[in-house]
Ligand binder design. Structure first.
Ligand SMILES: *Cc1c(COP(=O)(O)O)cnc(C)c1O
Length: 367
């Protein structure tokens, strides 16, 4: 079986985790927690980093750290993993959905302004499958309407927008270290910001707003969350981060190889990289057009039969039961791509001969 996307665990992971266990520092007070935050800041180019137990927690923490809650609206794409939308609801706010671009699969920035109301507090661009959202547009609109920007960069760790790593451009950026992401800690997340006050606030809220009195008793001035990652997982993360540049390099080369092999297949559309972007190609994704020989879903079945795991693009979140009835704009591209888009195997460890096999099957069924 060629899996869709599995982790690459070949570095110091075991050594650092063993050290946590040998020294009894397994929980959040251990030194790897701060080290992981520092190293992540260095890599991404941000000032403040706050580790969390997963990416969804980082997104929730981002919203509450900015004071977003009841009565507020947050603009988000409908073509996304559901986490950012659920996080908006956890905070008590309402999602407002916009359509995506046909070529990059991410939020269409020309569709945002028409959805802004007096209740809008933030825009949440989601850099899905690795391609960045056009952040200059997002920041211009945010400035014009005085909105916050929270980047869901969970699928685009290492991708760049005009020379800056995604996640560093808005007020807050969020990352995930789930098992299928570029680097993993099993489960985990990170919130980053260049604003000291937001960073401090996020860390305070993520540690149960714990204040230690002189006599060592705990005082909590407001409702906090237990979102801090334990040392065991942070140790895992530090080891993964040591290899991140290599992983991104491999992913990008694999994507290039896929695109070369598929360039002469008719009826499919290959992923792009805008001139202002570096696409980490977290999941190599193509569109099965009407002109291709069979449907996207038929192709998924054939690939499965051949021992190849693939996945259809996300279904529109605004159509799911908890979000039916939420405000949204026209969703033509979201609907179309959710029926035609497919993610192909993209593990760092995938072999060239495996990509060859996948591409030859895709070629075989083309008209
Ligand atoms: C993976 C992912 C998240 C966060 O997921 P966790 O499993 O909570 O770490 C958030 N948004 C998107 C778009 C994702 O793909």
């Amino acid at each position: 079986m060629i899996p869709l996307c599995i982790p690459e665990i070949k570095g110091n992971e075991w050594k650092y985790i063993k050290e946590c266990i040998d020294t009894n520092w397994v929980s959040s007070a251990g030194s790897y927690v701060n080290l992981f935050e520092d190293r992540f800041n260095e890599y991404i180019g941000s000032k403040e980093a706050v580790v969390t137990v997963n990416g969804t927690a980082a997104l929730h923490l981002a919203l509450v750290s900015l004071g977003i809650g009841k009565g507020d609206e947050v603009i988000v794409p409908s073509m996304t993993f559901i986490s950012p939308v659920n996080a908006i609801k956890y905070a008590g706010a309402e999602p407002v959905f916009v359509d995506i671009c046909r070529d990059t699969f991410v939020m269409d920035t020309t569709k945002i302004e028409e959805m802004i109301s007096s209740n809008t507090k933030a825009i949440m661009p989601v850099h899905i499958y690795g391609h960045p959202v056009d952040m200059d547009d997002i920041m211009r609109i945010a400035k014009k309407y005085d909105l916050y920007v929270i980047e869901d960069a969970t699928e685009a760790l290492g991708s760049e927008y005009k020379g800056n790593k995604v996640g560093t451009i808005g007020n807050i950026g969020c990352f995930s270290f789930n098992g299928n992401k570029l680097i993993t800690t099993g489960a985990g997340g990170m919130l980053i910001t260049n604003d000291d006050r937001i960073g401090e606030r996020a860390k305070f809220l993520s540690t149960q707003t714990k204040v230690v009195n002189d006599n060592k008793s705990f005082y909590h001035p407001e409702i906090g969350y237990n979102y801090r990652m334990p040392n065991l997982l942070a140790a895992f993360g530090v080891a993964q981060l040591e290899n991140i540049e290599m992983y991104i390099d491999i992913k990008r080369k694999n994507a290039q190889y896929y695109s070369e092999k598929l360039s002469d297949v008719s009826g499919i559309t290959l992923p792009v990289q805008k001139e202002w972007a570096v696409n980490c190609h977290w999941l190599y994704s193509i569109v099965i057009e009407d002109e291709y020989g069979i449907s996207r879903d038929e192709l998924i079945k054939i690939l499965e039969y051949e021992g190849i795991e693939s996945r259809p693009f996300f279904m529109p979140v605004h159509e799911m039961p908890p979000y039916k009835g939420c405000k949204h704009g026209k969703m033509d591209i979201t609907f179309e791509l959710s029926k035609k888009g497919i993610n192909l195997p993209s593990s760092v460890g995938i072999k060239k001969c495996e990509i060859d096999k996948i591409c030859s099957i895709i070629k075989e069924y083309s008209k």
